[in-house]
Each structure stands twice: as structure tokens, then as C-alpha cells.
Write a protein that binds this ligand. Sequence first.
Ligand SMILES: [Zn+2]
Length: 224
Amino acid sequence: MKIRVLGSSAGGGFPQWNCNCRNCDGVRRGTVAARARTESSITVTDNGEDWLLVNASPDVLAQIAANTELQPARQVRDTGIAAVVTMDAQIDHVTGLLMLRERGTPLPLYTTNAVWQDLSTGFPITSILSHYCGVEHRRIALDGASFSVPELPRVTIDALPLSSKAPPYSPHREAPEVGDNIGLMFTNSATGKRAFYAPGLGALDAHVLDAMREADLLLVDGTV
Ligand SMILES: [Zn+2]
């Protein structure tokens, strides 16, 4: 199992386009010791060629361009992105789906029911994509069972519900549902090593802390 961090900033990226705080202004001018960062997203692979994209940020095209492993160039039209999982329905994690519309086949997309509902109604990206490549929905059940992506057979994935509100455009914004936001534990079944990813983490609930203790690698929301 290999994980590549495509982006690690909060929504809007760093520097934010309209921000002149000390850090954003400083990174533009080169007066602070910091690097510009794109919005949070990782990719996970088993064989080094087929990747699961975890969140599709508005920066996804720049992220693909900066990570040439995601373009194996096996034929004229090709991508290393075998499937996508979106952990919530927030703009910074789903808008990049629109940038992947030129696929030749429906995009395999893993989401919970709550996220799928938002992406079919309040922010109807799946309806829009149906006029392009289309989406093949693969449901994340949150029933405690692990799942895996066919192209990553030795990567076991466990989804944990996280407490947070659905986006402002969600029909159930004021009535939070289990699955509005999830964390993901990736286990390398060849070595047993685990990585926990939660780029949007509102609260350190007991089951989240338990998962974090089990992980060898934590990639979590630093603002929590
Ligand atoms: Zn700023």
C-alpha cells in the first residue's frame, strides 16, 4: 500500500485567494517559511498503477498534473484514478468530480447514503455528470463491515462516522445524519500497517480516538 498526499490545506487552499493575513500574504511574497498548498486530498494504491482518489478537490487537475504517477499513459485516453471516494459533500471535497467528466466510462464513486443524497439534490453533481461520463455509485454502508476497491485488493478500508453538519446546501443541513462525514482507516493487509485519514474532524469522539490509537499513521484535521 502506498499513499500520496495530493493536498493538505483547508477549503480554499493556501494562500486563500482573497486573504492577506500574515501567512497568506507572506507565502505570496516569500517572507514566511511556508509553501503554498492545495486543498486536502490523498490517493491510495496497491500496485502503484491503480489509485483510489480520496476526495476530489477543486484543485484536482493541478494535483494530477503535479503527480505524474496518476497518469500511467497505457493508451491515448487513460488515468490512474480507478475510483473516487468522497468523505463528505463539501465543496472542497466534491467539486473536482466535475473536472473528471471526460472519462470514457462511468466514474466509480464511493459515498455514504447521506453524501449521495446531497450530491443528487442540494449540489446535484451526479445529475450533471450523467450528461458526461456518468457515475457508478458504490455505497459505503457504515454497518461496521470493511470494504475494498477491486483495483486495490490488498487495501482494506473501514469507514467511521464523524460528527459534523452537512453542507449549507444539504436538504438535511439542520438534521444531521450518520454518514454526513466519515473518517477512513486504510489497512495494508500484507503488513497490517494502518493509516487513518480524517481531513475534516469536528470532534474527537471516543471511537475516533480508538481508531487513532490503532493507526500507524495519522493524517487528520489540524484545526480540531
Ligand atoms: Zn490567510
